[in-house]
Design a protein around this ligand. Structure first.
Ligand SMILES: [Zn+2]
Length: 439
C-alpha cells in the first residue's frame, strides 16, 4: 500500500471578520476586555493592517528566543487580519509542503455566531463555509475542511439535514480522479457555550458514527470562549444529558454525578465562578463545557464514534501532570481532574478516542512537557495496543503564532518526536479521517 500523505490534522484559516466585534475579550487583558470593540476596529482597519504587515516583515528574520512577545502577537494579528481564508491556507501549505509536496491540511472552521448574544460577526458562519468549499475546489487533494456544529444553530434531526449537504456532495479531483466530499469531518468548540453531551447533538453523533465521520473537539481550559452576558442560562444546575443504552452503567452514573457536583461547586464559590456579567469574564465557567469527562456519556452511547480531544488536554495541564503527588493547583483541585491526565486515562478504555499534539509543540523544549508526551506515546491501552496509534500530528496554525512560527513547530516535532512522526502524521491521520472502526 502506498504511504499515506503527510497530514497536519489541526489548522485554522478563518480571519478576524469571522469573529464578533467583542472577540478580543478572549485575551485576558483588562484593557482589552473593557474596550474590545475599539481594539478590534483598530486591527480591522486597512491602514492598521498595512502597519501590522510592515511590522511583521520587519520581524520576519528573527527566530525563536530573539522574538519578543509583541513581535509574536504581531505575527498572530498579521495572519488573522489577512483578507482571504484562501491566503491563510496557502501560508500554512507552504510550510507543510517542505515535508511532503502531497501534504494534506485539515482546516477546522469555527462557528462564532453564538459566541456573543450582543453581536454577530461581520462575516457569518455560512459565508465562512462557502469560502472553505471554494478552497476545496482549488485544492481537492490537499485541503480537508471540517464543519463546525453548535446546538444553538441547529438541533436534532435538523442539524443532520443541514449537515448532509457538506458530506454527501463533493467533487472529482482532476489530478487524481478521486471523488471526495467537500467536508471531511465535524468540529466542535464547546467553550463557546454548550455541553458535548447536549441532547440536541444526539442525532448528529448517530449520523457521524454510522458514516465514519471523525469529530474534532477543542479540549483545553484556556482558549476562546463564550463572551456574552448570560452565562448562567447556559449552565443549568441539573443539566440534561445524552444517556447511553444502559443508563444504569456505573461509568455513566459516576460521570453524571461528578459533572453535576462540579457545576454545583463552581456556582457556590465566593465570589461565584458562574456569574452573568457584561465583560465576557467567563473563563472559569467555560471550562465546564469542554471538560473531557463530558464525553463519557457520548462515547458510551456511540462506541464506534471517532472523537479527537485536541491538544492533549492543554500544555498547561501537561506541565502539572503528576499521578503521585496531590496537586496544589486551585483550579484542578476544585475541578477534580487534571485534563491531560484524564484524556490519557480515557484513551486506555475508549478505543476510538484520539488526541492531537497541536498547541503543545511550542513547549517541547521543556523537559517536563517532552517527557510526559513521550511517555504518553509509549503507553498502551487495556488491550495492550500502543496509544501512539491514536495520537495525531497537528500544529494549530495560526493560533500558535503567539508562541512560535509554523516552521519552528514542525522542526521541534521532528527533533523531539522523530520516531513517532510517521505514525502520527500519516498512518493515524489516515485511519482517523477515512476508516470505519470495526464493531
Ligand atoms: Zn485549534
Amino acid at each position: 500500500m502506498a504511504k499515506a500523505p503527510f497530514t497536519n490534522i489541526h489548522i485554522h484559516v478563518f480571519n478576524t471578520e469571522c469573529a464578533p466585534d467583542n472577540f478580543l475579550r478572549i485575551i485576558t487583558s483588562n484593557f482589552v476586555r473593557k474596550h474590545p470593540k475599539t481594539f478590534k476596529s483598530i486591527i480591522d482597519k486597512r491602514f492598521t493592517r498595512g502597519i501590522i504587515r510592515r511590522l511583521a516583515k520587519w520581524g520576519a528574520d528573527k527566530k525563536g528566543k530573539d522574538r519578543g512577545s509583541v513581535n509574536k502577537y504581531i505575527s498572530f494579528l498579521e495572519v488573522g487580519t489577512t483578507n482571504r481564508q484562501l491566503d491563510i491556507y496557502r501560508d500554512a501549505l507552504a510550510v507543510a509542503q517542505k515535508y511532503d509536496p502531497q501534504c494534506r491540511l485539515i482546516g477546522l472552521s469555527l462557528n462564532m455566531d453564538h459566541m456573543d448574544d450582543k453581536g454577530r460577526p461581520p462575516k457569518n458562519f455560512n459565508t465562512q463555509l462557502k469560502e472553505l468549499k471554494q478552497i476545496k475546489k482549488y485544492y481537492p487533494d490537499q485541503f480537508f475542511p471540517f464543519v463546525c456544529v453548535d446546538p444553538r444553530a441547529h438541533a436534532g434531526q435538523l442539524m443532520v439535514n443541514w449537515m448532509k449537504k457538506f458530506f454527501e456532495n463533493g467533487m472529482r479531483s482532476p489530478e487524481t480522479g478521486m471523488v471526495r466530499p467537500y467536508f471531511a469531518g465535524i468540529k466542535m468548540y464547546p467553550a463557546l457555550g454548550f455541553f458535548p453531551f447536549d441532547p440536541r447533538l444526539d442525532e448528529m453523533y448517530a449520523y457521524a458514527e454510522r458514516e465514519g465521520i471523525p469529530i474534532m473537539s477543542h479540549c483545553t481550559r484556556v482558549g476562546s470562549q463564550y463572551i456574552g452576558p448570560s452565562i448562567e442560562s447556559l449552565i443549568p444546575r441539573e443539566v440534561d444529558m445524552i444517556h447511553p443504552e444502559d443508563s444504569t452503567s456505573p461509568e455513566f452514573i459516576k460521570a453524571k454525578s461528578e459533572i453535576h457536583a462540579r457545576i454545583e461547586r463552581y456556582y457556590s464559590q465566593n465570589p461565584s465562578w458562574i456569574k452573568n456579567n457584561d465583560y465576557g469574564d467567563n473563563d472559569l465557567a467555560c471550562d465546564l463545557f469542554g471538560h473531557p469527562q463530558n464525553y463519557i456519556p457520548v462515547m458510551l452511547k456511540y462506541p464506534k464514534l471517532k472523537i479527537c480531544l485536541a491538544h492533549m488536554g492543554g500544555d498547561d495541564q501537561i506541565e502539572l501532570m503528576n499521578p503521585e503527588k496531590e496537586t496544589d493547583n486551585e483550579i484542578i483541585k476544585l475541578d477534580g481532574y487534571n485534563w491531560a491526565s484524564l484524556v490519557k486515562e480515557l484513551m486506555l478504555t475508549f478505543p476510538n478516542l484520539y488526541t492531537d499534539i497541536s498547541y503543545t509543540l511550542a513547549k517541547l523544549d521543556e523537559k517536563k512537557v517532552r517527557d510526559e508526551i513521550q511517555d504518553w506515546l509509549r503507553s498502551a491501552d487495556q488491550e495492550g495496543k500502543a496509544l501512539n496509534q491514536r495520537i495525531l500530528f497537528g500544529t494549530d496554525f495560526y493560533m500558535t503564532e503567539r508562541e512560535a512560527r509554523e516552521s519552528e513547530l514542525y522542526q521541534k516535532a521532528q527533533n523531539q518526536l522523530s520516531q513517532w512522526m510517521t505514525v502520527m502524521s500519516r498512518d493515524n491521520c489516515e485511519r482517523y479521517l477515512f476508516e470505519l472502526p470495526e464493531a
